[in-house]
Design a binder for this molecule. Structure first.
Ligand SMILES: [Zn+2]
Length: 397
């Protein structure tokens, strides 16, 4: 490792207290979504960023959901973009927490709080990495752009999606700081499609069901066929770096009373998709199953409507950013395997535009979105090192 890198790593070790304070400030800056107000978090970011760069820009389409850019060496190429989200899922029932969910309490070398893992840890680590690079005067040939956004947990229309649509992004490579335990490099992510499946029947008195058509009975037929034919087929589908495709029936509702033949039944389906699967193909597969059931039972009146869709993505292991990330992890003695990311993040907005995108960040997925969410402080410090060295490898001189 060269002297400059040694100096940067030492700089990070020396800023441990400052880094922990920044993370605590971010956790205390409540940004639960809904409503997703990121103003307090952006205030923490701009205050800290202002201590080492003038290039801080707030961009928003909704004044309560600001997004913020922090840039080192603006305009230079290549441009490495670090993306993180500032909003968090709700606290949930506070009785299930052992500590104040917004208190940033430290116990056993871990910080506790809503969003500390998903993903204020990643955000703070990216910002601290940029700060150390700036303070240590690390020479850059390219630029490092930090993009901290809102609205990730509820679809990103006012966050990364908005910024992409309005032309605020033009990176050559992207790292999303979502939770990967700082281990390995996630280069693929599943997509999601949400469908509403409805069956219609004919209402009648519950004592004379033969007079009507029970929409719940018809729904059971369709769901049974989906579970016995399509679901097993999805489980066998080749999935590369990702677990197999899945289909989950998230909700079901139907009928008005026990003594009435139900004339309508509705389920919401969460279909997680793989790279290579298309929306049209996926919809057709479900339609085909419905058609089979209709053929066997002409009384089945079922329809499928797509609610939302986010595409999957996969970055080629041959991309420069994958190679550089692997080198960086090896330099730091960390696992450098290529992996799939099991949740859904903002990475798709970049990958969709053909920009090579990977995911590396501190925290474990198991602890995200749960009571007593926490982040190991050593892992947080390691993440700062990963981001600092990766930036040096990617856009340093
Ligand atoms: Zn997240």
């Amino acid at each position: 490792m060269d002297a400059m890198k040694e100096k940067v790593l030492k700089g990070i070790e020396d800023s441990r207290d400052e880094a922990i304070e920044l993370l605590a400030d971010l956790v205390k800056a409540e940004s639960v979504n809904p409503p997703g107000d990121t103003r307090k978090a952006v205030e923490v970011i701009t205050r800290k960023a202002g201590t080492f760069t003038e290039n801080v820009e707030v961009v928003s389409c909704d004044e309560t959901i600001p997004n913020v850019f922090v840039t080192l060496n603006p305009g230079a190429r290549p441009q490495l973009l670090y993306n993180g989200h500032l909003d968090t899922v709700p606290v949930g029932d506070e009785a299930n927490w052992d500590v104040d969910p917004l208190g940033a309490v430290i116990k056993d070398n871990r910080m506790f709080g809503r969003g500390v893992a998903d993903m204020k840890g990643g955000v703070a680590a990216m910002l601290m990495a940029a700060k150390v690079l700036a303070v240590e005067n690390v020479p850059l040939k390219g630029s490092l752009v930090l993009s901290f956004v809102g609205d990730e947990e509820t679809g990103a229309a006012k966050g990364a999606g908005y910024l992409m649509e309005k032309g605020h992004y033009s990176p050559d490579m992207v790292v999303v700081g979502e939770i990967t335990n700082n281990s390995g490099i996630a280069i693929a992510e599943k997509g999601i499609i949400v469908y509403v499946l409805t069956t219609k029947g004919k209402t009648a008195h519950g004592s004379t069901p033969w007079v009507g058509v029970n929409a719940i009975d018809k729904m059971v037929k369709v769901l049974h066929r989906l579970q016995t034919t399509l679901v097993p087929a999805l489980g066998r589908r080749d999935s590369g770096f990702l677990p197999p495709a899945t289909m989950n029936i998230g909700t079901i509702k139907g009928g008005v009373s026990f003594n009435v033949v139900a004339d309508t039944c509705e389920v919401v389906i969460d279909r997680r998709t793989l790279p290579g699967e298309t929306i049209e193909g996926i919809t057709q597969e479900i339609e085909d199953v419905i058609d089979q059931v209709k053929k066997e039972d002409p009384e089945v009146d079922a329809s499928l409507v797509q609610l939302v869709a986010a595409p999957p993505f996969e970055t080629s292991p041959d991309e420069t950013i994958c190679r550089l990330a692997q080198e960086t992890m090896e330099e730091l003695g960390r696992p450098a395997d290529l992996l799939g990311y099991e949740q859904v993040c903002d990475g798709r907005f970049f990958s969709e535009k053909g920009i090579p995108t990977i995911i590396i960040g501190p925290g474990t997925a198991k602890k995200a979105h749960t009571p007593n969410e926490n982040l190991e402080l050593d892992q947080y410090l390691d993440a700062i090192k990963v981001y600092a060295l990766l930036a040096m490898n990617a856009v340093g001189k």
